[in-house]
Design a protein around this ligand. Structure first.
Ligand code: GAL
Length: 658
C-alpha cells in the first residue's frame, strides 16, 4: 500500500524555514579526532545541512557485550550541532560486531546450499533470528534513550538498506518463521496445498513441520513456494523495521523514523510499495548503472520512489558524487552529471540530496568509492562541484514541500509480477521485467511525454493512459480494476501479462486469461524467440524475445501491426480494442525503446495525450514538474537552445517557475 494523502506529513524534526537538505553518510570513526572539526568546517563551506551518523558503528558504540562507549559519539553529535548540522542518527544495527557473531554464530545467515554466510563483510545477520533481534533492540534502546531528545537529532535511520545482502536466508530460524507466516496466510494445510498446487510431483504436505524454505533442490522448486518465500522474506525484514521503529517511537516520539530503500536497477527483493506506510517519510538510495539508458533509469527510479511515497516529498539518502566501487568497471561522472543527477531526483520529489559518503575512506572495501571530499582533499574539482551544488540547492529552498504534478500517463510496476515473470521453468529465461518498463519510459521521454511510474496497487484510475508492461500476476481484483479502467481510460499491456493469479496458477481458457475479454484476443500457445531470432512487423519495427499466436475474438479489434516475418507472419502483433470511451491495447513482442517509440504516437493520439514541450525540445529534454516549477533536464551531451529561456548546457538542468 502506498501512503495515502490523509496520513499526516512528517519530515525532519527541525525549526526554521523550509529548505532542501544536503549532506551525506558521515563515518567519523574512520578518522582521528583532529579531522572531525575540519569536517564540520568543510561541511559548512559546502552547505551541508544533515548527515547520517553511526550507520556502521555498532562495534565502536558497544565494544563488548556489557560495555557502551558513547563518549566519542557525544562529541561528534555536539560538534555537528554546534556547526548547525542536523543528525539523521542510525540505529547502528546494520552490521553486527565480531563479539556478537563469535558468541552467537546462530545469528549468521545460511544460503540455499546450507553454507553459513560468515562475518567479514557486513549485514551478516538472519532477519528472523530472535537472538539477533534481542541484541539489536537492546542497542536501539540504548541509543534512543541517550539521544532521543538531543536537539541535533532530526531523524532516526533504521539499520541500513535492509535486505541488501541478507534478504534470502534459508536457515532453521527462517524455516520456523516461514511456517508461522504460511499458517497466517493459509490457516489450513489444505489451503496451502491448494495454493501451491502440491499434487504436482508428489509434494502434498501432511504436517506444517515438513515445509522448508526453497533450499537447493534437485530441480525447479515449487514456483508458488518460491513466490511465498519472496513475500515472506520481504515481510521478515519489514517486521524488523517495525520492531526498531516501534521502540524508537516509544522512546523518542518526536523524531521521525525512516530507512533507506533501494529503488534502483534490478534490486527487487523488498516490496517497497508495501513498506512505504511503515516509515514517517520515504528515503531512497540510487546509484547510476552505466549503459545507454543510465540517465532515464535514474529518472524512472526517482519517479517511482516519488509514487511509492504517495506523491509526497522524499529523502535521497545516498547517491554518488562520482564513481562507485562495486561495478566491474567504475567510471567517474562526466562534467555536469553530479548536478544533473541530483536535480533529477529533486525534480521527481526529493527534498534532500545526500551522498555516500562525506569523506572518502582511506581503508576498507569502499576506499575507491567517491565521496563529497575525495582523497585529493578539498582542493579538488570534485569538492568545488559539491560546493556549487550546495549553493544551487540553497537557492531552490522554495521548492521544499511542494508536490509533484501528476502526469497523464502511468506505467505500472508490480513487484510480484517482477518476481514471478523472471522465474525459471518458463517459456523463456531471457525476459527482463524492469527493462520492458524502462523501455516504455524511455520511449515516452523520446516523445517529450511525462509519465509516472506507479505501483500497481496504488490509485492510477485518474491517468488518461495506463501502460502495464508484463503485468503477469493478476489477482481477480486487479483484473477487474483494469477492465473497469479500460471503459474510460486507455490501457496498454504487453506479452506475458494477465497470465496467473496470486498463487501463480494459470487463468485458464486461453491466454491472457485475465485480460482476454477486455483485449478481445486469445492465445493458445506462446512463441518465444531464440537468441538472435527476430520477427519483423509491418510497421517497420522488429520484435525480439517473444511473439504470440494471436487469434482475434472480437470483430471490433483493430490490428495496429502484423508480423511480416517468422512463424507468426500475417498474424496480429499489436492490437487495440475500443471499449466505450476507453480502449485496451496489446503488444505481443519486445520492441525495445525505439520500437515502442515508433508505436506510441498512435496510442497517445487515441488517448488524447500530447507533449507539454515545444517540438524542438521533445526527446532531447526531459520535463518534470513540481509545484509551480518546471524542470528542463538535458538528456544529451550537447547544448540545447531553449529560446527565450536561454541555453541548456550539456547534461544541464534549467528550473523555471511558471
Ligand atoms: C550502499 C550502502 C552504503 C555504501 C554504498 C556504496 O549500498 O548503503 O553503505 O556501501 O552503497 O555505493
Amino acid at each position: 500500500m502506498t501512503t495515502d494523502n490523509t496520513t499526516p506529513r512528517r519530515w525532519l524534526r527541525r525549526a526554521g524555514a523550509p529548505r532542501l537538505e544536503f549532506g551525506a553518510d558521515y563515518n567519523p570513526e574512520q578518522w582521528p579526532r583532529e579531522v572531525w572539526a575540519e569536517d564540520v568546517r568543510a561541511m559548512q563551506e559546502a552547505g551541508v545541512t544533515v548527515v547520517s551518523l553511526a550507520i556502521f558503528s555498532w562495534a565502536r558504540i558497544q565494544p563488548r557485550p556489557e560495555v557502551y562507549d558513547f563518549a566519542w559519539l557525544d562529541e561528534v553529535i555536539d560538534l555537528l550541532h554546534a556547526g548547525g548540522i542536523g543528525v539523521d542518527l542510525a540505529t547502528a544495527t546494520a552490521s553486527p560486531p565480531p563479539w556478537l557473531t563469535a558468541r552467537h554464530p546462530e545469528i549468521l545467515p545460511v544460503d540455499k546450499f546450507g553454507n553459513t554466510v560468515w562475518p567479514g563483510g557486513r549485514q551478516h545477520w538472519r532477519p528472523t533470528s530472535p537472538v539477533f533481534r534481542a541484541h539489536a533492540l537492546r542497542l536501539v534502546r540504548a541509543l534512543a534513550t541517550r539521544y532521543g531528545k538531543h536537539p541535533a537529532v532530526v531523524a532516526w535511520h533504521v539499520s541500513n538498506e535492509l535486505g541488501c545482502h541478507n534478504v534470502y536466508d534459508y536457515s532453521d530460524d527462517a524455516a520456523t518463521a516461514f511456517r508461522t507466516w504460511l499458517r497466517d496466510r493459509y490457516v489450513t494445510l489444505d489451503g496451502l496445498n491448494e495454493a501451491w498446487g502440491t499434487d504436482f510431483w508428489s509434494q502434498r504436505y501432511s504436517d506444517w513441520d515438513q515445509i522448508i524454505p526453497p533450499r537447493q533442490a534437485a530441480t525447479h522448486p515449487n514456483p508458488t513456494q518460491n513466490l511465498d518465500f519472496k513475500r515472506f522474506s520481504s515481510d521478515a525484514l519489514k517486521d524488523h523495521l517495525r520492531a526498531e521503529r516501534d521502540l524508537l517511537r516509544e522512546l523518542s516520539p518526536d523524531v521521525p523514523v525512516t530507512t533507506n530503500f533501494m529503488v534502483m536497477g534490478q534490486m527487487n527483493t523488498m516490496n517497497y510499495p508495501d513498506w512505504a506506510a511503515e516509515v514517517d517519510f520515504v528515503s531512497n538510495d540510487h546509484y547510476v548503472l552505466p549503459g545507454p539508458q543510465a540517465r532515464d533509469e535514474l529518472s524512472f527510479s526517482a519517479n517511482l520512489t516519488g509514487n511509492i511515497a504517495g506523491g509526497r516529498p522524499w529523502f535521497l539518502m545516498e547517491h554518488s558524487t562520482s564513481a562507485v566501487n562495486w561495478q566491474p568497471i567504475n567510471v567517474a561522472k562526466k562534467p555536469g552529471e553530479l548536478h544533473r543527477d541530483s536535480l533529477t531526483h529533486v525534480a521527481h520529489g526529493a527534498d534532500a540530496v545526500c551522498f555516500f559518503q562525506w569523506r572518502q575512506s582511506r581503508a576498507g572495501a569502499e576506499k575507491y568509492h567517491s565521496a563529497m571530499v575525495p582523497h585529493a582533499g578539498e582542493d579538488s574539482a570534485l569538492f568545488r562541484s559539491v560546493v556549487s551544488l550546495g549553493r544551487r540547492l540553497r537557492d531552490l529552498a522554495d521548492l521544499a514541500g511542494s508536490d509533484r504534478v501528476p502526469a497523464e500517463v502511468a506505467i505500472l510496476v508490480d513487484w510480484e509480477s517482477w518476481w514471478v515473470s523472471e522465474n525459471d521453468s518458463h517459456p523463456t529465461d531471457r525476459l527482463r521485467y524492469r527493462q520492458e518498463a524502462l523501455d516504455w519510459y524511455t520511449a515516452l521521454l523520446d516523445h517529450g511525454i511525462r509519465a509516472d511510474v506507479v505501483p500497481a496497487g496504488a490509485a492510477w484510475e485518474s491517468y488518461r493512459m495506463v501502460i502495464a508492461p508484463i503485468l503477469h500476476v493478476v489477482p481477480a481484483g486487479l483484473a477487474g480494476r483494469l477492465r473497469d479502467y479500460a471503459a474510460t481510460g486507455h490501457l496498454v499491456t504487453t506479452y506475458f501479462s494477465g497470465i496467473v493469479d496470486q498463487n501463480d496458477q494459470i487463468w485458464l481458457g486461453g491466454y491472457p486469461g485475465a485480460f482476454r475479454d477486455v483485449l478481445g484476443i486469445r492465445i493458445e500457445e506462446f512463441a518465444p524467440l531464440l537468441d538472435g531470432e527476430t520477427a519483423e512487423l509491418d510497421n517497420g519495427t522488429t520484435g525480439t524475445l517473444w511473439t504470440d499466436r494471436i487469434e482475434v475474438t472480437d470483430p471490433e479489434v483493430e490490428i495496429i501491426a502484423r508480423y511480416k516475418t517468422g512463424e507468426q507472419a500475417e498474424r496480429p502483433a499489436i492490437t487495440r480494442r475500443a471499449v466505450g470511451a476507453g480502449s485496451a491495447a496489446y503488444v505481443s513482442t519486445r520492441l525495445g525503446a525505439d520500437g515502442v517509440a515508433a508505436v506510441l504516437p498512435g496510442l497517445l493520439d487515441a488517448a488524447g495525450v500530447t507533449s507539454e514541450l515545444p517540438p524542438a525540445l521533445r526527446g532531447r529534454v526531459e520535463l518534470a514538474r513540481r509545484g509551480d516549477h518546471r524542470f528542463l533536464i538535458n538528456r544529451t551531451s550537447e547544448p540545447v537552445d531553449l529560446g527565450a529561456d536561454g541555453i541548456l548546457e550539456p547534461r544541464g538542468v534549467v528550473i523555471l517557475r511558471s
